[in-house]
Design a protein around this ligand. Structure first.
Ligand code: GLN
Length: 551
């Protein structure tokens, strides 16, 4: 008899949980699983369930959370969504990011509205129902064949319990062969005896079982190679098929992980257990990884930021440079530069020898003047420059001050009293105070101007890129800056907002109000990153004459 489902056509579900410790690459594993299935012709979507109480990571410091990844529809999400998009090469939406904060907020708002008719509101069933509705919701919306849900944190965390319970209920509600539980753990290495230990993995599998979920597969993260007896031991004590205990030693590049997992049988196991069909086909991916691992040359690019000791804060920038490196057959070495260092040391020392400079997005005053120094150095030494959001605002401010003689030119974010507010809030420009959401978030169209570097890079006239900012190029200064040699190369389709600007006399100095790094994929590099790295290669071959770009 056919199983009667409670809802419409449901996909298969893979739930990914973590054990032992966090930060061992559960996000990459989830993304890799997505790539493995997609390469087999199976449509996938991925969702992240984050147990913290913030509604979204938009308000969290990069020290807490690394980069905030923005989706096309403007959600501020966990950086793992960036990995998912880069691996499965699909745009995800706000639905793919669920936090405890959102779940509580939705339930409590309903409670305040009186929707529960005098009932008692409880974690089970009210929170769990809300979580399940969001999991089923993304499954229905995307129409995917397989939905992969990753639970943040590790099993046993108090704040993750409600998510685990919701997953247990889905496993109970759905037919047996439609749900798979993948548990990612870590094998610690004991130096004294020179061996890997499985006990924490055993405990973690027990913890998961005590919540009613028997893992179907266990992936063992390790910095050492994992011997056969360890695999057998985990299989026996965790009650998992030995072929589904898969070691995952630290790889040379994250993009290799799908290949490793596929070779070790994870794809075969998953499709067999879920009753899916599709042969392995990672040929293109393999080819891409081969090019990544065998560059023909190397360029060094400085990333001048505020959180450079924390590379996760600029994760998508780092990955976009890797993608652009693949396209140009070079390895892109990143020199992480503290913007503040440029405030006390000469730019020529700090930036000596780099073939490109990136000033990424940012907020607030710290390091701002150092970033201006970086832009000045790039402009006057013809070093390729790519400014991302704040980096464009830096570029325009530097140009106004040092080329147009506008002393004290600034963004009103830093100096609200600036005599030349070349970057300002829209309401300061129009006098219309915009209440409500103050940040421009998500994808907006941008019209490219023929003959510009940007238009040549994209090779089209209309693009769509993602934003996360409040301040804008001040249209009141457009004419005077253009006359001095600033090329406005991209605007909103009606011309009202400047989206891209370039220094006309420079071989490659370009800033975008949007974040091109959010849509770059290893197989489809963002065109601006690609051409920026090409310019860095050209600069490495023939550094341009110093000072040539002075106007
Ligand atoms: N702080 C700037 C603004 O809000 C830049 C933001 C960013 O770089 N993402 O406009």
């Amino acid at each position: 008899m056919e199983h009667i489902r409670t809802r419409g056509a449901m996909p298969k579900f893979i739930f990914v949980t973590g054990g032992v410790v966090s930060s061992v690459g559960k996000g990459i594993t989830t993304a890799s699983l997505g790539r493995i299935l997609k390469s087999r012709g199976i449509s996938v979507s991925i969702q992240k369930l984050d147990p913290y109480l913030n509604v979204d990571p938009g308000t969290m410091s990069p020290y807490q959370h690394g980069e905030v990844f923005v989706t096309t529809d403007g959600a501020e999400t966990d950086l793992d969504l960036g990995h998912y998009e880069r691996f499965i090469d699909e745009d995800l939406s706000a639905l793919s990011s669920v936090t405890s904060g959102q779940v509580y907020l939705a339930v409590l708002e309903r409670e305040r509205r009186g929707d529960y008719l005098g009932g008692t509101i409880q974690q089970v069933p009210h929170l769990t129902n809300e979580i399940k509705a969001r999991i089923y919701g993304v499954a229905e919306q995307t129409g995917c064949e397989v939905l992969i849900c990753e639970v943040g944190g590790t099993v046993g965390d108090i704040e993750g319990e409600t998510f685990i319970e919701a997953i247990r209920q889905i496993r109970h509600e759905q037919p047996r062969d439609t749900c798979l539980s993948v548990h990612v753990t870590f094998l610690p290495w004991v130096g004294a005896t020179g061996e890997l230990k499985t006990k924490p993995t055993q405990h973690s599998a027990q913890a998961l079982r005590s919540k009613g979920i028997q893992p179907d597969a266990i992936l063992l993260r390790s910095d050492h190679s994992v011997p056969r007896d360890i695999i057998d031991k985990v299989a026996l004590f965790c009650d998992v098929d030995a072929r589904a205990v898969i070691p995952m030693e630290t790889a040379q590049t994250i993009y290799e992980v799908p290949i490793i997992l596929e070779e070790r049988g994870l794809g075969d196991f998953v499709i067999e257990r879920l009753g899916l069909h599709g042969a392995r086909d990672l040929a293109e991916w393999r080819e891409m990884v081969h090019r990544l691992k065998h560059p023909q040359g190397v360029v060094e690019v400085a990333v001048v930021g505020k959180y450079v000791e924390l590379h996760d804060a600029y994760l998508s920038v780092r990955e976009s440079l890797a993608h652009a490196g693949i396209a140009n057959a070079v390895d892109v070495d990143i020199r992480w530069v503290h913007a503040e260092d440029l405030e006390s040391r000469p730019a020529a020392d700090v930036l000596a020898g780099v073939q490109g400079i990136i000033v990424p997005g940012g907020f607030g005053e710290r390091g701002w003047e150092g970033k201006i120094k970086a832009a000045e150095y790039a402009r006057t030494h013809n070093v390729p420059y790519l400014g991302l959001c704040l980096g464009m605002q830096v570029m325009v401010t530097e140009f106004a001050r040092n080329v147009c003689g506008m002393d004290g030119a600034n963004t009103t974010e830093i100096d609200p009293e600036s005599p030349y507010p070349v970057i300002s809030l829209l309401e300061e420009q129009t006098g219309v105070v915009n209440k409500g959401g103050t940040m421009r978030l998500g994808a907006y169209p941008c019209k490219l101007i023929p003959g510009s570097i940007a238009q040549r890079a994209y090779n089209t006239d209309l693009i769509s890129e993602r934003h996360r900012h409040r301040w804008e190029f001040n249209n009141g200064f457009r004419d005077v800056l253009e006359r001095a040699g600033l090329r406005i190369s991209g605007t909103a389709p009606d011309g009202s907002l400047v989206e891209i600007s370039e220094i006309a006399a420079h071989p490659f100095m370009l800033g975008t109000q949007f974040h091109p790094e959010l849509q770059s994929r290893p197989n489809r590099p963002n065109p601006l990153f690609r051409d920026f790295v090409a310019a860095a290669v050209a600069f490495a071959e023939a550094p341009a004459v110093v000072g040539a770009a002075r106007v």
